[in-house]
Design a binder for this molecule. Structure first.
Ligand code: GNR
Ligand code: NI
Length: 171
């Protein structure tokens, strides 16, 4: 098991559409273990495979909140949102690939997601609250979508400029 480096904006891999998982082997389980270790180390409540440069449709989530009954380890392979509520909710989001920034985002308040477990078994799960937000945030990552894409152009440009500058200084 190992903590893997998390890719930071503007890494182009964060903008790629990822490939479905087709093989449910020990290598997949190892990747899942690494993702949990990386997420807990960060710490974060979710992590999508492309954030560690694995271009597959694979997500781990743990709300890690004793108050929240949705807490616990969740692995989602090839997830698909099969239903979402008309009702929306605005919550503050952050992203491990966009450190130190937090903005309010409006999303459907409830979603139903169909996915496979790490063993390849199909599951359908209805989610509300923080879990619903996190699932949508992570599934977006699999399609190269970041939460800043939902902000006004002014705010998004400000974030992009900040990270372009950081990359210049670091590179
Ligand atoms: O750790 C995270 N917190 C968070 C807070 C509000 C909405 C979404 C998230 S996900 C984020 C980790 C991350 O970047 N996952 O892709
Ligand atoms: Ni994120």
């Amino acid at each position: 098991m190992s903590v893997r480096p998390i890719l930071i904006l503007p890494d182009p891999r964060l903008r790629q559409v990822t490939e479905p998982v087709t093989v449910f082997d020990d290598a997949l389980k190892k990747t899942v273990e690494d993702m949990f270790e990386t997420m807990y180390d960060a710490p974060g409540i979710g992590l999508a495979a492309p954030q560690i440069g694995v271009m597959k449709r694979l997500i781990v989530i743990d709300l890690a909140d004793p108050e929240n009954p949705d807490s616990g380890k969740i692995v989602m392979v090839n997830p698909e949102i099969v239903a979402m509520s008309e009702e929306t909710e605005i919550t503050e989001e952050g992203c491990l690939s966009i450190p130190e920034f937090y903005y309010e985002v409006e999303r459907p308040a409830e979603v139903t997601v169909r996915f496979l477990t790490a063993e390849g078994e199909e599951v359908t799960r209805h989610a509300t609250g923080r879990l619903a937000v996190c699932m949508q945030h992570e599934i977006d990552h699999l399609d190269g979508v970041l939460y800043i894409d939902y902000l006004s152009r002014l705010k998004r440009d400000r974030v992009n400029k900040k990270f372009q500058k950081r990359a210049r200084l670091a590179g």
